[in-house]
Design a protein around this ligand. Structure first.
Ligand code: EPZ
Length: 422
């Protein structure tokens, strides 16, 4: 089991290249199931979650191979001989549920394991299922699997989500591209990853309007063709690394960073005393002057403050001047980084979905444990400015969403290394 060892105190200066978005790639890859023609994804991130999705697609009969050191994914679903997404793969990564809509739309049947919960919450998939039923799918839940049928093919319909769901929007958007007739998706997720998926589907021949707004309209087509599509930059990796100089001091340029992907996040950074300037290559980030000030945060669907940056923002607030209140409105259990930060000397009171952080002068390095992907990186960020050494265990969580993190931070002067521990 690997750990990451961080020696705090070094200011960061240099450049960090932002990779393609994990959460875009995980929905772009299943889109290959919609067509018998090849789908090539460029700017793909090199992450363990991408490997898991590759394995899943291969288990269905798709050809999925990565080239150019993993940055190009060549996918082809000419012969899908297996329509069952097995529990052993799905339980490792919830995004596996995203093969359901495409497989059902293309071949009229699919059997997909229910993903089960994860550390941050129960993570049900009822909205995915309701949306596909609105397109005429016949779903039967038994033995922990969704048995889905649409013998005469899916039919366009109206989907009206009671709450915003990124994955459910993606699943039904993909399914709707091959449904007979028009589909209207109301209260759709507006994340940049949805727009990126729609762009890719349009390249494949889909007819989609309104992506990026809360109402998406899809005119079904008979078939989709080949496409090559660049994965959009990862706004969560971007926001994460923007916090590194904010916490440790110095100035870092995030190559490929786009301000439009992180507007709500940048508003909070500005209020906290962090300077973000656009450059020709991306975004340059540094502290404005002196100490960071406490700001309040509420996580919301895009374009609000992203839940995937809440843990990292908490790490910044731990040594901010004043008290900040972070309200987590998307997931029911997404403060597991708080007790670990408290081991480093942070003062945090958690009550239900609200964490109150009382800023302290300095954190102290400690042995801490990663519990989920974004919690693990918040501990590393906290370690950058802590006195002494921080050892973050269970970094397999980290490898799901951050490629070559220690190399990227070390290149800017951070003392970060991967060590193997029993
Ligand atoms: C996506 O998860 C992301 N994952 C998550 O990123 C991200 O935190 C989340 O969207 C919110 O932005 C991927 O894209 C692979 P949701 P998803 O459906 O689609 C509830 C990371 O760290 N809900 O928008 O699963 C759900 O429980 C990960 O990269 C239902 O009740 O999120 C949650 O409370 C973590 N029923 C809320 O909706 C459903 O059928 C939003 O979930 C689906 C969701």
């Amino acid at each position: 089991m690997d750990s990451i060892l961080v020696k705090g105190g070094a200011a960061l200066n240099g450049q960090i290249a932002i990779a393609g978005a994990k959460n875009a790639c995980l929905t772009l890859m299943p889109a290959t199931l919609l067509s018998e023609e090849p789908l090539t994804l460029t700017n793909a991130p090199r992450l363990s979650d991408i490997k898991t999705m590759t394995t899943l697609l291969q288990s269905l009969g798709a050809e999925a191979c990565s080239m150019q050191d993993g940055q190009v994914l060549a996918l082809s679903s000419h012969d899908i001989h297996n329509h069952t997404a097995d529990y052993d793969i799905v339980r490792k990564m919830r995004a596996s549920i995203l093969v359901l809509g495409p497989m059902l739309a293309r071949d009229g049947h699919a059997v997909v394991s229910l993903p089960g919960g994860c550390a941050i919450g129960a993570r049900p998939v009822d909205l995915h299922l309701q949306a596909l039923e609105a397109l005429g799918a016949d779903l039967d839940l038994r033995d922990g699997y969704v048995h889905a049928k649409a013998p005469g093919g899916l039919k366009g319909g109206t989907v009206d989500f009671p709450i915003v769901s990124v994955g459910a929007t993606e699943n039904v958007l993909m399914a709707a591209t091959l449904a007979k007739g028009t589909t209207v998706i109301k209260n759709a997720a507006r994340e940049p990853e949805i727009v990126d998926l729609a762009d890719c589907l349009r390249r494949m021949g889909a007819q989609i309007e309104g992506d990026g707004t809360d109402t998406i309209t899809v005119q079904g087509v008979d078939r989709l063709g080949a496409a090559t599509h660049p994965v959009v930059a990862d706004r969560i990796e971007l926001g994460t690394y923007m916090l590194a100089p904010a916490i440790a001091g110095g100035e870092v340029e995030l190559l490929g960073g786009r301000i439009d992907l992180v507007e709500a996040f940048c508003e909070k950074l500005d209020a906290a005393g962090v300077s973000v300037t656009e450059t020709e290559k991306g975004l340059k980030v540094s502290r404005k002057n002196g100490r960071i000030g406490a700001v309040d945060v509420v996580t919301e669907p895009f374009p609000g403050f992203p839940t995937d940056l809440q843990a990292q923002m908490m790490a910044l607030m731990c040594t901010a001047e004043g008290t900040s209140v972070l309200e987590e409105r998307i997931f029911e259990n997404r403060f597991m980084h708080a007790p670990e930060l408290m081991r480093m000397g942070a003062r945090i009171d958690v009550h239900g979905g609200t964490a109150t952080v009382h800023g302290v002068e300095k954190l102290r390095g400690a042995k801490v444990m990663a519990t989920d992907l974004r919690a693990s990186v918040s501990l590393i960020l906290a370690g950058l400015a802590a006195e002494g050494e921080t050892l973050v265990g269970r970094v397999y969580h980290l490898d799901r969403g951050y490629e070559r993190l220690e190399a990227k931070l070390s290149a800017c002067g951070a003392q970060v290394e991967r060590v193997s521990t029993k």
